[in-house]
Design a protein around this ligand. Structure first.
Ligand code: DX5
Ligand code: ZN
Length: 219
């Protein structure tokens, strides 16, 4: 089953609660929230207080993508704010295993995220400890960028690696996903699809989510 996760980075920030309700009504499976610190990535977005204020507006799970340094120090704050699934980047966490343990000890789902140029070997020894791997298909920091084609091969390799280890892990792909490339990424093995611009720029939200699902390859 393919899950569609609208990224609220592309929503109208002055009406974020309504934007979340809109995608929920339109059939979204989870809400992707991009947290940026101006250090790991060249942009600053939102943090725990905003997430906490959004928590009551929807029953959907919050998929919190942390593009921040020292993520381990902030795990409690994000969980208290209402995160259900937390992704941390391998590039900026020295003690990746410890951060994953911290998330799971609090009963939440843990994921590791990789930039487009980061090799899969970086997550090989944490695969059995995570619920999901997030593969960035743009360089993190901004919405509305083009999908980096080499990531399709990377998704395939990761799916093989997961199968070889007899694990059951979601692969999320994030960045530049549209009605055309969703087929390729899902065929390659991704099953959680982030889409910001494609969903929030569409005139009819329910229609675009339905079309994304129709165009996706259902494993
Ligand atoms: C980029 C973010 C993505 C981004 C996706 O750093 O992690 O979630 O908002 O947006 P689109 O779908 O517009 O590329
Ligand atoms: Zn993201």
């Amino acid at each position: 089953m393919i899950k569609i996760a609208p990224s609220i980075l592309a929503s109208d920030f002055s009406r974020m609660g309504e934007e979340i309700k809109k995608v929920e009504r339109a059939g979204a499976d989870l809400i992707h929230i991009d947290v940026m610190d101006g250090h790991f990535v060249p942009n600053i977005t939102i943090g725990p207080p905003v997430i906490k204020s959004l928590r009551p507006v929807t029953g959907l799970n919050f998929d919190v993508h942390l593009m921040i340094e020292n993520a381990g120090e902030y795990i409690d704050s994000f969980i208290d704010a209402g995160a259900d699934l937390i992704s941390v980047h391998v590039e900026c966490n020295y003690h990746l295993n410890r951060v994953i343990q911290k998330i799971r000890q609090k009963g939440k789902k843990a994921a590791v995220a990789l930039n487009p140029a980061t090799p899969l070997s970086a997550v090989e020894w944490v695969l059995s400890d995570v619920d999901m791997v997030l593969l960035m298909s743009v360089n993190p920091g901004f919405g509305g960028q083009n999908y980096i084609e080499s990531v399709t091969e990377k998704i395939k390799d990761l799916r093989s690696m997961i199968k070889a280890k007899k694990l059951d892990i979601d692969i999320e792909v994030d960045g530049g996903i549209d009605l055309n490339n969703i087929r390729r990424v899902t065929e390659a093995g991704a099953n959680v699809i982030v889409a910001g611009t494609t969903i929030f720029n569409a005139v009819n939200t329910a229609e675009i989510i339905k079309e994304l699902r129709e165009n996706a390859h259902q494993g």
